[in-house]
Design a protein around this ligand. Structure first.
Ligand SMILES: *Cc1c(COP(=O)(O)O)cnc(C)c1O
Length: 385
């Protein structure tokens, strides 16, 4: 019997989600923004954040955050070398330069030491990435940001439901803004979607404006006296980054199950930790000691491919033949031809290169059974033998 394929990640949609979207489809308006506002409120409440602005995807959330942070030509923003392309690209979208910061070779996370080395007179912002859902140590970064007048923007695409220092990531307690993604592979989905949370009402206002062409309607915010109820002003250049009611209806329904999703992810991760403890040449990237506050978007292991004489490509192909999907998160962004052409050399960031050379993400998503974890570990042992 052919066992079902286990991808590295997958969404969880139930009948309540389907019903929520169908109900949204039957309303008189599809973009009244009523469902958007409800989703924003639900997200803000869940994270203990004063404000949330929902947008069409996580990349748009980062773009909007970089814009309202005032980043622009001549500015630099510090970005970890190990992240998804979007974290660096959003800095380029606003005309600023990402400066790639080395990461810890074991955890893949940005460290305050490497941040200190990368700081310069043009540094205006730091974008920590809570890779796999494991929170970056924010306290030293908060201190640095205060000292130097820098803005902290957390890329929390992996970290919905994570917590640091007793507060949810994205609560607005540590960073000026946090950005989230609701892509199907993330913790909760809207199909495509994203959001920015902040404690600052002025940043929130500007995020809403940037999301909708830079348009302003509120009488108090207008530059000229209003001639009538049709009147609006464009006071700066914005985009259409809007998300639909349909997507937000799905998002609100998904957020209702976020705690269940997180609990399941943590249980499965702990099972991996236990079962992998005896597998030679394989180490859980996080392990039980890193479990506090971890949201487990991804479950990654560090594999000694060289010592085991098993190239990573052969391991991935072997696992695929056994019905198991894996992925590498991530190729160091400065290694991309686009950033190499801008002068970056990933080999000069030894922590990032070491992490990249050894990492592999194994299947992890809420609908996995305990026995699926057992199956992945057995397959991995077989392929490495
Ligand atoms: C998914 C992701 C994004 C971008 O989100 P999209 O919704 O796909 O645009 C940004 N940063 C990280 C770290 C991500 O994993």
């Amino acid at each position: 019997m052919q066992l079902p394929f286990l991808p590295y990640g997958r969404h969880s949609i139930d009948e309540a989600d389907v019903a929520a979207v169908v109900a949204a489809l039957r309303r008189d308006y599809l973009t009244t923004l009523a469902a958007v506002a409800a989703f924003e409120r639900a997200l803000a409440v869940r994270l203990g954040a004063p404000h949330a602005a929902a947008v069409c995807n996580g990349t748009a959330a980062l773009h909007a955050a970089c814009h309202v942070a005032g980043l622009g030509p001549g500015d630099e923003a510090l970005v970890p070398a190990i992240t998804f392309l979007a974290t660096a690209n959003c800095v380029r979208y606003v005309g600023a330069e990402p400066v790639f910061v080395d990461v810890d070779p074991i955890s893949g996370l940005m460290t305050s030491d490497s941040v200190k080395r990368a700081l310069g007179p043009r540094t205006k912002a730091i974008l920590p990435v809570h890779l796999r859902g494991r929170p970056v140590d924010m306290a030293p970064l908060v201190a640095l940001a205060e000292q130097r007048g820098l803005l902290l923007i957390e890329d929390a695409a992996h970290a919905l439901g994570a917590s640091y220092g007793g507060a949810p990531v994205g609560s607005g307690r540590y960073a000026a803004m946090a950005t989230f993604s609701f892509h199907p592979v993330k913790h909760a989905t809207t199909g495509e979607g994203g959001a920015v949370t902040t404690a600052d009402p002025a940043l929130h206002e500007r995020l809403l404006r940037f999301r909708n062409h830079g348009m302003v309607r509120a009488p108090a915010a207008l530059e000229r006296p209003s001639p009538g109820p049709w009147y609006y002003e464009q006071q700066e250049l914005g985009h259409n980054l809007r998300i639909t009611d349909l997507q937000c209806a799905l998002g609100s329904s998904q957020l209702g199950r976020l705690s269940i999703f997180l609990e399941r992810r943590r249980t499965l991760a702990a099972r991996y930790d236990r079962l992998l403890a005896d597998l030679h040449g394989v180490t859980p990237t996080d392990g039980p000691r890193a479990a506090a506050g971890h949201a487990y978007h991804l479950y990654a292991v560090r594999i000694d491919f060289g010592g085991l004489r098993r190239p990573r490509a052969a391991v991935m192909t072997g696992l695929r033949e056994l019905g198991i999907g894996t992925q590498v998160h991530y190729i160091p962004v400065p290694h991309q031809p686009y950033y190499r052409a801008r002068g970056w050399r990933a080999e000069q960031l030894p922590g990032a290169w070491d992490y990249y050379e050894h990492t592999l993400s194994l299947p992890l998503y809420p609908s996995m059974a305990d026995t699926d974890v057992d199956r992945v570990v057995e397959a991995l042992a077989q392929v490495l033998r």
